[in-house]
Design a protein around this ligand. Sequence first.
Ligand code: 26W
Length: 804
Amino acid sequence: MTQTLHAVPAGDAIDATALKADVLKHLTFTIGRAPEDAALGDWRMALSFAVRDRITESWLASERAAREAGAKRVYYLSLEFLIGRLLEDALVNLGLAEAAEVALRDLGLALGEVVADEPDAALGNGGLGRLAACFMESLATIGCPAIGYGIRYEHGLFRQQFEHGRQVELPELWLEQQHPWEFERPGSRLRVGFGGHVHQVEGRTIWHPAEEVEAEAFDTPIVGWEGQWANPLRLWSARAVYPFDLNRFNHGDFRGAAEPEALARTISRVLYPDDTTDEGKALRLKQEYFFVAASLADILCRFERDFDDLALLPEKVAIQLNDTHPAVAGPELVRLLHDERGVEFSRAVEIARGCLSYTNHTLLPEALESWSEGLFGHLLPRHLEIIERIDAEHYGAHPDRPGSIFEHGEIQMGTLSFVMAHKVNGVSALHTELMKETVFEGLHQVHPDRIVNQTNGVTPRRWLKSCNAALSDLITETIGAGWVRDLSQLERLEPHLGDGAFINRYAAAKRANKAVFSNWLAGDYGLKVDPDAMFDAQIKRIHEYKRQHLNILQTIAAWQAIHDDPQADWTPRLKIFGGKAAPGYHFAKDIIRLINDVAARLNADPVTSKYLQVIFLPNYNVSLAERIIPASDLSEQISTAGKEASGTGNMKFALNGALTIGTLDGANVEIREQVGPENFFLFGMTAAEVTARRAVPDHARRAIEGSAPLARALGALRDGTFSPDEPGRYHGIADNIAGGDHFLVASDFAAYHAAQTDVSRAYGDRETWARMAARNTARSGWFSSDRTIRGYMGEIWGAAPLID
Ligand code: 26W
């Protein structure tokens, strides 16, 4: 939204006039405010409703077209949708961004400020949730009939604040104000049961739940590029069947009277903030079953409205499980077909498998969900029976199979998902291969054609067109605007990479973004940075396998090297960090504190701060990523090889012309293949070498003995350099790296340190750097989520677009 508009094209002028009128109409009749009394939030609401009107037209038309075509629909079940803000995205996709700028200016407002007033819908933790949001936008852009199903958490991912460098979690309050993009659907209410018992009645199995809650839908239309199609995101909210106990109230038991409502709402109250550890909490399982049961009932109701032969279900319904979190969908669909509709059990399993497919997003053992038979059977007694029968049938069909759905008294949700899916996919080529060799090795033997790869992608609308106008305009000027819908067209930039003028304009676009970002940093954080310094960013959830501690350790070594020779020709660098740690993940929280303590020390260092500054931006979320990525020169993708299933931030950075320093992990491998090894700063062990290195006794101590910079940097962690008031504060981190070092920080340090030196040297040659950056953009077409979704449509769902 940064560029100033000169002569307003005719179309925009008309749009601007119409939009202005609609904004004023909504301000008056929907918000009930006179312009002179309206606050920024009121104007935002009025504009949002005016834009929503336009989306709704497209949405209802899409719904009508899908029904008339009797089209197969895709149902994306995800416990997380990390949407971010929607106003700017909607304006850009409707081609109304310029018109809105003019309309608001006429009303004395700046669109940028109105946009920034919207709270992020932070209904996700990280990669998995954001991928689901990118997928919804691509499904609409492609015109594929689809519905996203999830939970309408009252509180999304916690707000992060720093107190003395420590992460503090505060409740997230996105629903404090009205959420203008959703439509409440009282007519959609349906019951979801828990607990109770199972009875046999005349050969039929009847489940009598002990408790019931009501699920109510809230629909948010997601519009695609050029507004040709829109699909709903249907989020369920839990409420009590009988919200208010008048009897208790009349007896003065006011708390008791409100209890039913409070208890029921707990299910959709808050997002679980863990993104790698299976807590195994009962409420989490209730959340998983709640949204799955509501969604499947809704899906069958929609199917039976138009079709009465259940055998047709796999031809009309494709259900994607976003990781194992919705895995109970398998037994639930069998229950709905067998128990409630009388379909023979094995046939019901077959039909269900024909509809279901499952995506795995992590190989980390602690992230693979399993539920104790006790807890699961208590909450879902009938589903436990059904899973036992599914497992028995699978064993019957494959007696040579390696394992069972039940291991050590726990239901393995990954195995259940695999057995109940007709296709299982990984999210990058390397990850998919590792799935076949590790967690699903046995099942892959039994079902050799079930696992396929669908390398992740990101939507180029939000992650280039919308967040980086400077670069987008240059690209459109150079190759036309077709790239926004078909990102492979970026390769048409190749012939321009030899043109110095184009490269200068490319560098100027990046420089302009860095200037905007630097002013924002100065304004909001009082940090004065040089926009010509290299902006080096690592923004993602804090986790040992992502190795933010390797990054800060190398930063300490760089700082010590500058101190050794302050006169040398150092390349100025700003290290940008952003990311939340799961509240219970104390090691990750220590890493956050260390980075903040190092930042405090380095930024105040009169000798080195002109060459090296560090900032940890609090409350990293989608909107902050949209601000940092266009202004970044270097993208840190330094995970221990074999641990990052794909990564998607890596794709966003490459698309926006940041060069990657990274390991051969996840989608880094494919990014390097696409952009060329000469345009990627590779370092470190491969996944196979990681496995081998872990077998080496004392691998960390050996690495430390072999690297003086490493040993010295670790020394600074031990001697209180960054915590003079508590010298032992970082002994835990130092001991971890020098001890077991499970994620091989020590063993990859020297290679990383050397690669960072190469990066500094390369940055010194600005024209070459800019050409390398431009080549990254030109060759990032593959990483569009449109390409990913077309892969799912063709190889997994058998779904077709309804717009050409
Ligand atoms: C049970 C707790 C829990 C919650 C979320 C365990 C695991 C998760 C997610 C699977 C974690 C996640 O976000 N994984 C990330 O998914 C991205 C999208 O595919 C990948 O790009 C990342 O590499 C992967 O870490």
